[in-house]
Write a new protein. Sequence first.
Length: 264
Amino acid sequence: MKRYLCSVCLILCSLLGLASAGIAFADTLTINSAINKAGRQRMLSQRMAKAYCQAGLGVEVERSKKILEQSMALFDRQLADLKAFAPTPEIKDTYDRLGQTWIVYKQLLAGSEPNTETVKKIAAASEDVLKLSQQGTAQLEMHSGTSAGKLINVAGRQRMLSQRIAKISMFRAWGITSPKTAQELDTAAREFGAALELLTAAPQNTPAIRSELQLAGSQWLFFEEALKQTGVSRAEQLRNIATTSERILQVMDDVTGMYEEMAR
């Protein structure tokens, strides 16, 4: 009987321990880290499409496949975190709908080898996922009601713009364009430049953040150069777009993390 009671006690303690661990894990997501993650979902919506296209175009195939695989796994994890964190019914509804839209997109990305018809469907699905990811990020920023939340959102959106510009470039290489394609590229580039100026002028910037933003400006110049590059093969230009988009993504991800850290 004593052994039985001891066993029951051990089981109850274990369950309580797991429950406590679960609560502790949920508490680690703050409103600012949620804004960062939500913004990263925007970026991933574009990065996954970019990587899928790159693999099909023969652009750094193995690396592109790895980027796609890792991005899909990260999107899944972050979606679960954001659903669990959602602080209002409206935000929860956004992430429930994003989950449904993600199922469609994920099936396309994980389906057959890249081909023109699938790429067309991925182009549409990536926009659907981006729209809801943007909505969730904006809702979380509004819920935070702070200047820190705005800076995290703006800096995080730069990550998305870098991948969006590269994605559109890869779609064009597939021959998938519309009358709005040139306008979308121009709009994304102008938005990136304007946001970089806004961030650079932010009075909250620390010396470390200012240094990273200067690096982002330099990387942005390299990226623009790759987009306009002539006198090289298409394969080389696409490779340069792929690599420079990843570099600027990394810098802006660092900046976004620094704004989040500063707000703690």
